[in-house]
Each structure stands twice: as structure tokens, then as C-alpha cells.
Design a protein. Structure first.
Length: 411
């Protein structure tokens, strides 16, 4: 089995579309939210539970798996899906973002505020620069043991082929909104040169690894908040072909100013080939998912749903709140009375409040199941609304309720 993308319906009033991505490990109905299991595991939740809550695919990270347990181990195990006991499709992020975020010492947050200072040497306070970029690749220090490593486009492809995910991403230079315009241009030229090297190495590895399921490669569109750079990247990578090999789909990555998310994504998606899937990297807050879907993105991934769950923060139809708040001590209702997840059908807010206060391990499991279900289901509902032709109404209805209580929906 190989890789394909079929569009079932295109929305008349927006760039949104409904489709199916077919992979050797099964189909993904799009638009879809892809939960993140960074190190080949969704923290605190069994793969069986992820399947039960409606997850169609999972995304892991090549950088983390390369360092531990080692991509050769996953290759020997029969690939990522088999290794992690996940019966469906998988994605791997190229490692570019993680490696480059070591460089600036920022937290793993793609969306940033463009209103702050902008220069190329900015690093977060009290952090050492752990990565150095040159035209050939990136040299970085492991966050685990301080050992030195080097990623090049070729190494990223070799690592991702060994990991064996159905969908991989090209190795790119991920900048921040703090970088200067000349640096963004330099990084974009580098990402383009690396894209060609990724395609060539991907083709070589696909031919060499006879008998392995086909792994699709997505190019990554950079360009920060600049219209001309984003459009150039979409034009150049969208039509790029090297030795007969072109990208199977595209990731929209890099620094995304959340206030301009829809504008930036539409610049890119109006140019990218219509018949290839588009993944919006690292975006997963409810309001942002609507913006991504209506501007033509097919899949999304984000660590937010599981990360905030472990701090007792949960999504509900009425907005986001923290279960550790004392107002839930005697609240015997579910987290969200409209949610059909295992947690909401078996547990109360009072119980959740208790397990979070007591730092019980089950608190992370229960809250993660709920948050992942909430986001997966929300995007499923968007897909259904697109099929039914009432996406705009569904969006207005959701956002009218979701934001009316508080402005806490953002990180
Ligand atoms: Zn729930």
C-alpha cells in the first residue's frame, strides 16, 4: 500500500476541504487532529485509550527518538507503530524545530508574540545556546546527557526512515519571530536547499529499503510573518521536484504570530498544490483549529491538550478551567456534561479535584483522555459540519459559548 490523498468536498465559502489521507497503516479522515506522543508514547495514556477516544493517528518526534532509545531500535522493532503498540498511522516531526529551539533556549512554543524585540542573538534568560546552525546542518548538545550530535538533512531522513512513520517532515531551519528579516531570508534559502537534499536522500532510502511500507515526505513552509517570504516558500516548495521526487504533502511551520494565523495560512494554502495534504505544525487550541481548518489545513498536531491536562487544566464547551480549583471540591458533575469520553462518563469534577490535589498519577491519565477527546472530537465535528454545509454556524455556536466565560483559552 502506498500514500494518497482524496478530497471529498471543498467548502464553497472558504479554503476548507474534507478528505482522506491513505497511508500503509490505514486512512485518516480530514480535517483531523493528530495527538502527540513525543517519545513514542502519549504521556500517561494507553494507545488503546487513544484509539477509543477517536484518535486516527499519532505524531512522535525524531529528535527525541534518535537520542532515546535510538532510531535503529525502532527499525529493528518493525517501525514506530509496532514499537509503540499503536495500530494506526503515525507521523514524525523532523527534529528541526526541537534542535533549533535548543539554540535559542525557548520553551517549545511555536506561536509567539511579534511585538517584542527582534534580533538574531536573542536567547531565553539563563539558558546556554545548545545548537549552532550552518549551511550544512545543525550541531547540537543533547538535552539528556550533554553529548554532541549533528543533524543534516540526510541524517534527519535516515533517522526518520529508521523510525518508520507513515508521514515524515523535511528538515528545516525553524526561526523565531525575534529573528531579523535578513536572517529569515537566509533561513528560508537554507530550508529550500535542505528540502532538495531531503528529497534526494528520501528517494535513495526508499529505493534502498526494499519491502518497507512507503513513507510519505512533507516539505515545510517557513517565512515567519512575511507575506512575500511565505508565498515564495509555498511557490518554490510546492513545485519542487528533484530527480523525479516531489513532496507528498506540506507542513506549515516556523514562527506563527497567532494574531495573524489565518492570514499567514491562507497566503500559503492559496498557492500550495490543491491535491496534496497540508499539516499545520504545533497548533491545537480550539479557536486556532477553526482558523486552520477554514484556511485550508487538513491535519494538526499539538502537545497542548496533554500538557495542560497534567496541570489540571481542561477544555469544556464553556471554556477552559483548572480542576484543582477549590470550587470543584463538591462538584459531582462530569468535567463537561456534553463530552462522551471515558473520564466524563465515569468520573466527577469532585473526584478529579481530589486526585489532582493528592497528586495521584491517575489524575494525568483521566484529564489527558478528556482533553484529547475534546480536541479530536471538535475537529471531527468541524469535518462533519463541512460535509453538512454548516461550518460557519457550527463555528459561531462553539466560539460563542467557548469564549464567553473567560479569556483563558490561550497559552
Ligand atoms: Zn470528557
Amino acid at each position: 500500500m502506498s500514500f494518497s490523498f482524496d478530497i471529498k468536498k471543498s467548502d464553497s465559502g472558504s479554503l476548507a476541504r474534507v478528505g482522506t489521507i491513505n497511508t500503509p497503516h490505514g486512512p485518516i479522515q480530514t480535517p483531523a487532529f493528530i495527538p502527540v506522543g513525543t517519545k513514542a508514547t502519549v504521556k500517561s495514556v494507553l494507545p488503546e485509550s487513544m484509539k477509543d477516544l477517536g484518535s486516527q493517528a499519532l505524531l512522535s518526534n525524531a529528535y527525541h527518538l534518535y537520542l532515546q532509545p535510538g532510531s535503529d531500535i525502532l527499525d529493528e522493532a518493525g517501525g514506530l507503530a509496532k514499537f509503540m503498540n499503536w495500530p494506526g498511522p503515525t507521523f514524525t516531526d523532523s527534529g528541526g524545530f526541537q534542535v533549533l529551539s535548543l539554540g535559542v533556549g525557548f520553551k517549545k512554543v511555536l506561536a509567539m508574540d511579534a511585538q517584542t524585540t527582534r534580533h538574531d542573538d536573542v536567547i531565553a534568560g539563563n539558558k546556554d545556546r545548545l545548537a549552532h546552525v550552518d549551511d550544512e546542518g545543525v550541531t547540537f548538545k543533547s538535552h539528556l546527557d550533554g553529548s554532541m550530535h549533528r543533524f543534516t538533512p540526510e541524517v534527519s531522513m535516515q533517522v526518520q526512515h529508521q523510525i518508520g512513520a507513515d508521514i515524515m517532515f523535511a528538515f528545516d531551519e525553524c526561526t523565531t519571530l525575534h529573528n531579523t528579516r535578513p536572517y529569515q531570508e537566509l533561513a528560508m534559502d537554507r530550508t529550500y536547499a535542505w528540502a532538495i537534499r531531503c528529497l534526494d536522500e528520501h528517494k535513495r532510502l526508499t529505493e534502498e529499503r526494499v519491502g518497507k511500507p512507503y513513507q510519505a515526505l512533507f516539505g515545510v513552509i517557513q517565512g515567519a510573518q512575511y507575506e512575500d517570504l511565505r508565498k515564495k516558500a509555498a511557490t518554490d516548495l510546492g513545485s519542487l521536484e528533484s530527480n523525479g521526487q516531489s513532496f507528498d504533502g506540506f507542513g506549515i511551520g516556523g514562527a506563527l504570530d497567532k494574531g495573524q494565523l489565518g492570514t499567514i495560512v491562507s497566503w500559503v494554502n492559496e498557492i500550495l498544490p490543491e491535491d496534496k495534504p497540508r499539516h499545520l505544525l504545533g497548533i491545537g487550541a480550539p479557536e486556532d483549529l477553526f482558523v486552520g481548518v477554514e484556511n485550508g489545513c487538513d491535519t494538526f498536531d499539538c502537545v497542548l491538550a496533554s500538557r495542560i491536562a497534567r496541570t489540571s487544566a481542561v477544555y469544556t464547551m464553556e471554556g477552559r478551567f483548572n480542576l484543582s480549583n477549590s470550587r470543584f471540591k463538591r462538584d459531582f458533575t462530569p468535567i463537561d456534561s456534553e463530552c462522551d469520553c471515558y473520564t466524563c462518563t465515569h468520573y466527577t469534577r469532585a473526584n478529579m479535584h481530589h486526585v489532582f490535589r493528592g497528586k495521584e498519577i491517575i489524575s494525568a491519565t483521566l484529564a489527558t483522555i478528556h482533553n484529547e477527546r475534546f480536541i479530536v472530537r471538535l475537529v471531527d465535528q468541524m469535518r462533519q459540519a463541512l460535509m453538512d454545509g454548516n461550518f460557519a454556524d457550527m463555528k459561531a455556536d462553539f466560539l460563542g459559548r467557548y469564549t464567553h466565560r473567560s479569556g483563558q483559552s490561550r497559552d
